[in-house]
Write a protein that binds this ligand. Sequence first.
Ligand code: TC6
Length: 372
Amino acid sequence: MDSTAGGRARRRLGLVGRSLAGEGAGRRQSEFHLALASLAPSQLHLAAEARDSISLIAMASSSSAARIDPELVISHKFLEQESFSYSERDAAIYALGVGACAGDAVDEKELKYVYHRDGQRSIEVLPTFAALFPFKNNKGFIIADVPGLEFDPKLLLHGQQYIEIYKPFPSSCSVKNKVTVAGLHDKGKAAIIEIETTSYIEESGEALCMNRSTIYLRGSGGFSKSSKPYSYANYPADQVSSSSVPKNKPSAIYEDQTHQSQALLYRLSGDYNPLHSDPVVARIAGFNRPILHGLCTLGFAARAIIRSICNGDPTAVRTIFGRFLLHVFPGESLITEMWIEGPKVIYQTKVKERNKAVLSGYVMLKHIPSSL
Ligand SMILES: CCC/C=C/C(=O)SCCNC(=O)CCNC(=O)[C@H](O)C(C)(C)COP(=O)([O-])OP(=O)([O-])OC[C@H]1O[C@@H](n2cnc3c(N)ncnc32)[C@H](O)[C@@H]1OP(=O)([O-])[O-]
């Protein structure tokens, strides 16, 4: 056992950190802050490590050394996942987290995600609600279980998300996930791992949706054993090829305002990564304040497309793809530009204040929209 001051602090924070979620979390958060206060500035990285262990990100290693054994990683089989349930309340909290009704509490295209006069069982569920399901795995959105994958969790960013929707979401449901490694790539300065989560309705066994999450591990590349960079994917390449943004005028533009508390609200849907709530952890990760969850930005963009192109019908969406280009700070305004190409809607979301593209991708619809 490491008996140095760093080792003791690491264990203290680790013990408290691991128990921060769930019952009594408030008290344990205070304990964590006491432990945090006892650290010298040079030990702050220990706090990030401990907190990452309670977040839904992987805690692959307490050291910052990256080491990847590609054959071990891609042959990994995840354990069977326990089922989980969501309720109408979860669907409504998610909708508020991605900005539904934020500008107008009686918005006729969005109130249905939050309230229904026939009762909450009748509320509708946004298709990007699917993106929460990987976080419901046995240990959360964890890649620490993958043997041969050692990386620095502080340098992890969400790179891309691909979602297929197979059925409209019921307002409440019991769901079971199946998880696999879908890809691994060596980008030299970074490694990319792709995790696929297929979610089934527990009672009937019907597939509900699939998420493929691309995780960008800064500083973990360079593991290729030959001169050709290692690249493995077990899915069709065209599913994730970022469509280039057309040069012509967009078919529609929608502007949204995120709030200062956006990430604090969004995290209540189950993504408790402190990168989005804790200024100390954000600074350690290289940001001057907490950033918005990438999936929250994706939720804003998909909601913009549903209201602008699909006349507010969330069931019109078949697949959603997004690549996160740059971080967003809570409080910034998001402008989503959309181009209709048959049943495909290509989109790009920019932060207005910095005039920077932060997300781009496409949404495939079930049919060509007749509106506009
Ligand atoms: C999941 C739970 C945790 C959640 C955390 C969050 O929400 S964090 C908040 C949400 N997330 C964020 O805020 C992240 C925002 N995004 C970023 O900060 C940057 O895009 C970056 C740091 C991910 C990559 O920047 P860079 O300058 O280091 O990259 P580069 O342009 O030099 O390309 C190098 C190679 O990588 C490829 N590639 C590039 N980008 C992506 C991508 N996104 N995705 C996949 N791949 C990507 C690119 O094609 C190229 O490969 P090629 O062509 O050579 O074979």
